[in-house]
Design a protein around this ligand. Structure first.
Ligand code: ADP
Ligand code: MG
Length: 354
């Protein structure tokens, strides 16, 4: 009884925060404040001392420009933690920054954090541990497609099927949701990073120029498209001429980008088809009615709606503000924890490894 009372008091004074720990971007929502952090999941490390020198936006500035003793790393690869210590330090840094808000800084926060669908229990535990070591008092885990669906206010608890496709940095998550659970899902390593690599390979093969990853991403965001655009777009890119070894400039068009990423895009489409093919008929009929909803950075690709409607023959909706859907979902779960408790991944240390 007394413990309960203390718990309530503690809750009144501690922060509740929602985290989208993405491979490309980390977003943090603080109850009562909204989204307070949107920064790249990048950390710069001094190799001589092993010390972290920059995190987030500051570290992104350094990508591809570091002297020999500095290295920029992305601690999350393909949707899961690849470097545990660095992930933990990055989270601790962001959590510390947000809990400095207001007078609640002496209390450890309760955290809702998203993970890609279908990751192993060992990987889930790594996220939980990282958040705990980073200062969280309680950690609730939710699968990202579910968080995204809640974030865009879909009626996830109703007996109606919906399909979410989240095209992120490291992975794309395809999920069918009904009655508060994930009915079918698939997580694949074809997403923004792969498209950047495709562009690098294409420019190397076609123009004999070596591009940096950051340049590839910039050109993708500037003129990338997955469907023929009515107004052709072009951009000037700079890289190293593989023949002379000297800097060189060329002009690249939206159709070059489209060609560069065509194979990856068609693999993504095939995966969505596979999920549709194994989805129960009743749910398929809901999806045909209400369509598929796109979230994540990849949803911003010009032409993606047209392409997917052509390929899948179902209506496609691009969520408003697709980059923040997951973190908004973690925020809504925090605000109404009792209503959404059923969507959380059970906290059970005795879970088998997979
Ligand atoms: P994650 O959840 O893995 O952190 P995000 O959902 O934040 O990923 O999406 C980041 C990815 O989206 C990056 O690979 C980025 O290049 C890509 N992206 C962002 N804006 C656009 C755009 N306008 N067109 C194409 N890709 C984009
Ligand atoms: Mg994401």
């Amino acid at each position: 009884m007394r413990l309960n009372w203390l718990n309530r008091l503690y809750e009144a004074f501690s922060h509740d925060i929602g985290i989208d720990l993405g491979t490309a971007n980390t977003l943090i929502y603080v109850k009562g404040h909204g989204i307070v952090i949107v920064e790249p999941s990048i950390v710069a490390i001094n190799q001589k001392t092993g010390r972290i020198v920059a995190i987030g936006n500051d570290a992104k500035q350094m990508v591809g420009r570091t002297p020999a003793h500095l290295e920029t790393v992305r601690p999350l690869v393909d949707g899961v933690i690849s470097n545990f210590e660095v992930t933990e330090e990055m989270l601790a840094y962001f959590i510390k920054r947000v809990t400095q808000l207001g007078a609640k800084k002496f209390f450890r926060p309760r955290v809702v954090i998203g993970v890609p669908s279908g990751i192993t229990n060992v990987e889930i535990r790594a996220v939980r541990d990282a958040a705990k070591n980073a200062g969280a008092r309680v950690v609730h885990i939710v699968e990202e497609p579910m968080a995204a669906a809640i974030g865009i206010r879909l009626p996830v608890h109703d007996p109606v099927g919906t399909m979410i496709v989240d095209i992120g940095g490291g992975t794309s998550d395809i999920a069918v949701i009904s009655l508060g659970g994930i009915v079918k899902s698939k997580n694949l390593r074809i997403a923004g990073d792969r498209f950047n690599q495709d562009i690098i390979s294409y420019v190397r093969d076609e123009f004999k120029i070596l591009l940096g990853e950051k340049t590839a991403e910039e050109v993708k965001m500037a003129i990338g498209a997955v469907w023929k655009q009515t107004e052709p777009m072009e951009a000037t890119i700079r890289g190293r001429d593989l023949v002379t070894g000297l800097p060189k400039e060329v002009i690249i068009t939206d159709s070059d980008i489209q060609e560069a990423i065509a194979v990856s895009i068609s693999n993504l489409v095939e995966s969505i088809k596979e999920v549709l093919e194994t989805t129960p008929p009743e749910v398929i009929s809901d999806i045909m009615n209400k369509g598929l909803i796109l979230v994540g950075g990849g949803a911003l690709f010009p032409g993606i709606k047209t392409l997917l409607e052509y390929e899948l023959k179902i209506p496609i909706t691009i969520a408003d503000d697709p980059l923040t859907a997951v973190v908004r979902g973690t925020g809504i779960i925090l605000e109404r924890l009792e209503e959404h408790r059923g969507v959380l991944v059970p906290d059970d240390d005795r879970l088998p490894p997979n």
